[in-house]
Design a protein around this ligand. Structure first.
Ligand SMILES: Cc1ncc(COP(=O)(O)O)c(C=O)c1O
Length: 402
């Protein structure tokens, strides 16, 4: 991985303090560039929301705000509050995810968020009751667990038995009940197939499926219009550096043709993007504290492990990496080193699951060097096991834009 000059300079400057280095370095400029590029290529009606679960740090929320996203996709009250603190008014928040508590729904109704995405009948009735108590109504989308999945994706959210949404085949049982709840304004559908998808056609198939469901609903239910259609997130990034970057222009062109084909002009099409916007705006940088040889393979032990960067272990993949050579004095004369070999990187936690990378080819690394993991801006610290072993939280350093 080619390390940006400013990231390396920041690592070297931090190392001068003599403290063990373990931090995230964020540069929100790539995220800004991506939002600007996407905004320019999307067909009319597409609204881009930032799925802040990818990275809730203020720098990312600020970048999303300044780059003019339509709003924020939240999945908890904590996220709602952070988004509001970053400047987003409540009516720019959309709320997805199973298991929304009564307190969370109450906050949404009181503050007037844009849409609540209903995941079950229980949730619909809970929301109806809260709206009734407050004398308010709430715009809602119905989340569908489509009978469709994308096998190649890193994580699937539809197909088979899922905790997300309502099974597609139960639509005719559930929708009339939701339509009968007078405090809920049904505005449309949410169908999110999968995260980390690189194949544009697979994601477009999901759009087509939602369009077909929309047509079916509108022909079966008089006076029901799905004027908001939410495709969720899912644009992938090329973690394995296979030259398979997601092609958003092809997706935008495909959607544009589909909108024309179905005569869906004038509707709102929601994209809730996390990974694609945030991934290349973050680097996890951690000092190599030890190198050992164990039965034919070098074990490289870093200051931070899955407590700070869990994604590679959780997904079973190696992120792009780079070593910043620090030329540190030896701890003892015969200490191990890595030279042109495939090695294992782990953290300091007492579990075999504490893996940062495996079988990864490294030209040279010594104790005291800094291992840098790229594409760590999305689902990095926020998805990690921070409390395990009570190590200090890594610093999060934000680079100033040039
Ligand atoms: C409901 C919902 N929307 C959006 C996203 C963001 O997905 P991605 O990071 O793949 O764009 C997620 C991720 O889990 C999600 O659960």
């Amino acid at each position: 991985m080619q390390l940006p000059r400013q990231v390396e300079a920041t690592i070297r400057a931090r190392a001068e303090s003599g403290k063990t280095l373990n931090c995230y370095i964020y540069d929100a400029q790539p995220m800004r560039n991506k939002i600007a590029a996407l905004s320019g290529m999307m067909p009319a009606g597409v609204e881009i929301f930032y799925a802040m679960k990818a990275n809730p740090h203020t720098a990312f929320l600020q970048a999303a705000y300044e780059s003019g996203v339509e709003g924020i996709e939240i999945a908890s009250l904590g996220e709602a509050k952070k988004a509001v603190e970053a400047g987003f008014s409540a009516d720019r928040l959309i709320y997805t995810g199973p298991g929304k508590s009564p307190e969370e729904l109450q906050w949404c109704v009181q503050h007037g968020i844009r849409t609540v995405h209903i995941e079950s009948l229980t949730e619909a009735h809970r929301l109806q009751k809260i709206c009734h108590e407050h004398g308010k109504s709430q715009d809602v989308l119905l989340r569908i667990n489509a009978d469709f999945d994308i096998h190649e994706a890193q994580t699937t959210f539809s197909g088979g038995s899922k905790k997300f949404g309502v099974d597609e085949e139960k639509l005719d049982e559930v929708l009339p009940q939701i339509l009968a709840l007078e405090h809920l304004n049904f505005r449309g559908l949410h169908v999110y197939a999968a995260s980390g998808v690189l194949n544009v056609d697979d994601l477009l198939k999901n759009c087509e499926l939602v369009f077909k469901l929309t047509q079916k609903i509108e022909s079966n239910y008089a006076n029901v219009i799905c004027d908001i259609i939410d495709f969720g997130g899912g644009f992938g990034v090329d973690y394995l550096e296979e030259g398979r970057d997601f092609n958003p222009q092809a997706w935008a062109d495909g959607l544009k043709s589909m909108i024309a084909e179905y005569g869906f002009e004038g509707r709102h099409f929601v994209l809730e993007l996390g990974r694609y916007l945030a991934a290349d705006s973050g680097f996890f940088c951690t000092e190599i504290l030890d190198i050992k040889e164990s039965r034919g393979k070098k074990q490289v032990i870093c200051a931070g492990g899955i407590n700070h960067f869990r994604r590679p272990a959780a997904l079973g993949i190696n992120h792009p990496m780079s070593i910043v050579w620090m030329d540190q004095p030896r701890v003892y004369s015969h200490q191990e080193k890595v030279r042109c070999e495939k090695v294992y990187f782990g953290g300091p936690l007492c579990t075999g699951a504490d893996k940062l990378a495996n079988d990864i080819y490294i030209k040279a690394a010594d104790i005291g060097d800094i291992a840098v993991f790229g594409l760590a801006g999305a689902y990095g610290l926020s998805m990690s096991n921070q409390e395990f072993l009570s190590h200090a939280r890594p610093d999060e350093i934000v680079l100033e834009s040039d």
